[in-house]
Write a protein that binds this ligand. Structure first.
Ligand code: CAA
Length: 282
């Protein structure tokens, strides 16, 4: 089995930057790239700021921060992934965007390199099929916030090789994540269960229950760290709507129908925490 030494992350948003941070912290040479230079800068600066906070708290020392930032570089094009053994894609949740990127990256990488997606809902089998290396493609779904959440869902496409799975599983263990093996069906495990619950909370808001009361009920009644409407705002209401639409369309069951109030919020541009307004104001 080939050893993973150098990792590329494409997409420097909340998820991509979190993933790059965790990987560089674990000791890997990491290249972070985004087609949008401002997003790349923001992602890179955010990692440094979070490490600085960790130094202040005493979780790491200044030399560990410097070493982590030293292992992390900003790519100037996809060509900078040429020497990577593994590339993790964390861009917008749209099949066409991911497929186009997969085809570009596929051309740059060595034949033995692995190409994985952080998708939360798109078919891995379908993504693998657009590349010349389907046996080296799989799903690696991190949870938000990546530096805090222990779980990674692993998803094998129909074409994924057993050696690819073993290498990715060992890699995830080396970055201190616990993996579960999900099936290549929309929502995998976490979103299949979580998104209908968040949607149901939004139906209750639509029917007149206050968001604060729903969140208090679920926090104190079921020991969730944050209530479902706070979590929906945190995940992003546009992302939640997109995942529910995929679940509804591809699993064909009315139980996944997005709540009309969620659709209205997204139409209004109320995406949750990232836009300053969702079920709460930020
Ligand atoms: N990035 C990095 N670190 C963060 C962070 C972020 N965005 N937010 C919080 N943290 C860290 C803090 O720095 C703090 O670290 P230390 O313990 O080292 O000090 C720790 O997390 C706890 O933070 P706080 O004390 O500020 O706040 P908290 O105790 O309320 O924890 C939380 C915040 C970890 C987000 C917690 O509320 C929680 O676990 N919420 C649920 C998160 C969840 O369910 N995530 C999954 C979403 S679904 C998903 O991701 C799948 C998908 O495809 C949509």
């Amino acid at each position: 089995m080939k050893e993973i030494k150098s990792v590329g992350v494409v997409g420097a948003g909340q998820m991509g930057a979190g993933i790059a941070q965790v990987i560089a912290t674990a000791g890997y040479k990491t290249v972070l790239y985004d087609t949008n230079p401002q997003a790349l800068e923001k992602g890179h600066t955010g990692i440094d700021a979070r490490l600085a906070k960790a130094v202040e708290k005493g979780t790491i020392d200044a030399s560990q921060r410097a070493a982590t930032m030293g292992r992390l570089s900003k790519g100037s094009s996809l060509k900078d992934f040429a020497t990577c053994d593994l590339v993790i894609e964390a861009v917008i949740e749209q099949f066409e965007a991911k497929a186009a990127l997969f085809q570009e990256i596929d051309k740059v990488l060595a034949p033995s390199a692995l190409l994985v997606s952080n998708t939360s809902s798109i078919s891995i089998t379908r993504l693998a099929a657009v590349t010349s290396r389907p046996q080296h493609v799989m799903g690696v779904h991190f949870m938000n916030p990546v530096p805090v959440m222990k779980l990674v869902e692993l998803i094998k496409g129909l074409q994924t090789g057993e050696d690819t799975y073993q290498m990715v599983q060992a890699f995830c263990a080396s970055i201190q994540k616990t993996t579960v093996l999900a099936i290549d069906a929309p929502g995998f495990v976490v979103n299949r269960i979580l998104c209908p619950m968040l949607n149901e909370a939004i139906f209750l808001v639509q029917e007149g229950v206050k968001p604060e009361d729903i969140d208090t009920a679920m926090k104190l009644g079921t020991n969730q760290p944050m209530g479902p409407l706070t979590l929906a705002d945190f995940v992003g209401l546009d992302t939640l709507l997109y995942i529910l639409q995929v679940l509804h369309r591809e699993l064909g069951e009315d139980k996944y129908r997005p709540c009309p109030l969620l659709i209205k919020y997204v139409e209004a541009g109320w995406y949750g925490k990232k836009s300053g307004r969702g079920f709460y104001s930020y």
